[in-house]
Design a protein around this ligand. Structure first.
Ligand SMILES: Nc1ncnc2c1ncn2[C@@H]1O[C@H](COP(=O)(O)OP(=O)(O)O)[C@@H](O)[C@H]1O
Ligand SMILES: [Mg+2]
Length: 252
């Protein structure tokens, strides 16, 4: 499987007032293939967001390289969509206009932008809420809007940074099912950071485990569960064993 997105021995540090330098991640290499679903778990502060920002081209590594389709990634691009933990919607814009915003910025004609945004609003299950404002939506619905907005340029890569981290457990489970459904329609390459081992295993083709700071890759698990996946899977003994195996690799 040819890699769509690749990190090669990346390292990233930040200026630190006390020690001079805070090493966030070190020597991380990974490759995500076309249409592959990767999840990343690891202790908080271990550099997961930093890694995702490098993969998005939002920041540059101090050492090593990030490649998008074999070319160095030096800036964000439309073919890489991002969803952060907070939806960051514009409160004065309706759902439809939040989703259409990146298209408007890109100069798409308003009618076409509207149609495209409407299709995405339906895709994420918000049909009927196109004219609602963000404050009228639940947290789960706001994340759906953020997901629709991230899909607006039909990205081949979708980067998700704990997108369901602030949702209650039931909503989160439902969003996992929805995410897989949407992924199945468009089949982007996904790299998703999550705190939940269950979520990581349920969604992924491969789970990568990061260490505490400085973040390095500690372990990798293939998830040989058939698709489409049903939540009932998470109650099976084999799933419980996989959770235990991943948990053993996570060192807080
Ligand atoms: N822009 C920044 N400036 C300074 N330090 C940062 C910056 N971004 C992240 N860090 C530090 O890098 C480390 C890793 O952070 P982060 O990537 O957010 O970890 P995670 O997402 O795994 O919780 C933390 O110690 C954090 O304080
Ligand atoms: Mg983070």
């Amino acid at each position: 499987m040819p890699a769509v997105l690749e990190a090669i021995n990346v390292r990233k540090s930040f200026p630190d007032p006390r020690s001079g330098e805070l090493l966030a991640i070190e020597d991380i290499s990974l490759a995500a293939g076309q249409g592959e679903f990767l999840t990343i778990v690891g202790p908080s502060g271990g550099g997961k967001t930093t890694l995702l920002r490098l993969l998005a081209g939002l920041q540059q590594p101090d050492a090593g390289q990030v490649l998008f389709r074999g070319e160095p990634l030096t800036a964000p691009r439309r073919s890489i969509g991002i969803v952060f933990q907070r939806a960051n919607l514009m409160p004065w814009r309706t759902v439809l206009h939040n989703v259409a915003l990146p298209l408007e910025v890109a100069g798409t004609n308003p009618e076409a932008a509207r149609e495209q945004a409407q299709a995405l609003v339906s895709l994420v299950g918000l049909h009927g809420f196109a004219d609602a404002y963000p404050t009228q939506l639940s947290g789960g619905m706001q994340q759906r809007v953020a997901l629709a907005r991230a899909l607006v340029h039909e990205p081949s890569v979708l980067l998700l940074d704990e997108p369901f981290g602030s949702l209650d457990a039931l909503t989160r489970e439902r969003m996992n099912g929805e995410l897989l459904r949407i992924w199945d329609v468009r089949r982007p390459t996904v790299v998703m950071v999550t705190h939940s081992i269950q979520e990581a295993l349920f969604l992924a083709d491969r789970v990568l485990v990061m260490s505490a700071r400085p973040g390095r890759l500690r372990a990798e698990f293939s998830v040989p569960l058939p698709r489409p996946r049903d939540l009932a899977l998470t109650a099976t003994p084999v799933f419980a064993q996989m959770i235990a195996a991943v948990r053993r690799e996570i060192v807080e």
